[in-house]
Design a protein. Sequence first.
Length: 308
Amino acid sequence: MNIGFQPIYQLTQEQVNTWVEEGQQRSQFGQLPSYIPQLAQVNPQEFVVKILTLQGQSHQAGNEALRFPVMSVIKCFLLLNRLLELGEERVFQRVGVQPSDQPFNSLKQLESDGGWPRNPMINSGAIALAGLLPGKDADTRCQYLCSWLNQFANCQLVLDPDILESVRSAPNAKNQALVSTLAAAGYVEHPEITLDTYNQICCLSATISDLAKLGLLLLQPTNLPWEIASRTVKTLMLTCGLYETSGQFAVQVGVPTKSGVSGAVLSIIPRQGAIACYSPPLDQQGNSIGSLFFIEKMVRTLNLSLFN
Ligand code: GLU
């Protein structure tokens, strides 16, 4: 028996509200990202949380109707989709499973690895996997992933044309260099379509409920291949999901977690449920300060670490 184990059902709305308030205060020390102009214009005080359990329990705080781009949180679901459609062998011919201590868009890391993308949770790895989505162009490829997720997670992701326009208005030299290096090393075939696909899937927008429902996809396997693929995704979220902070967060908190530069963060509590958070100000590594604070508080208070 696991002494001290307190499942999510003990969570109270009062705790949720208190941690949201504390998280909001801490987020004042963060910065909005400036390299995607529209992300620099959002309300930094926005703080939205949704917790969904496998038993149907739900807790929330903040504006549930608010839509935000999922950004890098999509990397988990791109990986899930590609594993299920192509199988592990083909996916891991294109991307590794090694953590990186370099920033999420590091060209230095990719170059020092000879053009081999380290893992699917950093930009190089996700760009390589975006190159494996089916379809003749980026629009079709993005739409394919979006429909697949909406169908299986019962959510309503949509491409946000304004944020996509904003991404395109300030071409990201780092991601362009990553895709060229990947192409030169033979890990990407159509660099332009691939980068456009990657940009589009990062601009899929969600409500906080959509994000939590996506999390449940990793907890409700309908068959054995799904179970194996979601286990792989959760493992890589734990080891690589928060970029160079992943190891520290695994020790301090201990649940698979993926962040996005919009301030969206998704954590999975194996066998129990999903925590979705959105709070835009980021720390130096590009992770949402408020969201990580909330998740840490909840996981530690309720003893939800995987390693308890
Ligand atoms: N589209 C963003 C980028 O490539 C995603 C990064 C992130 O969310 O961490 O810069």
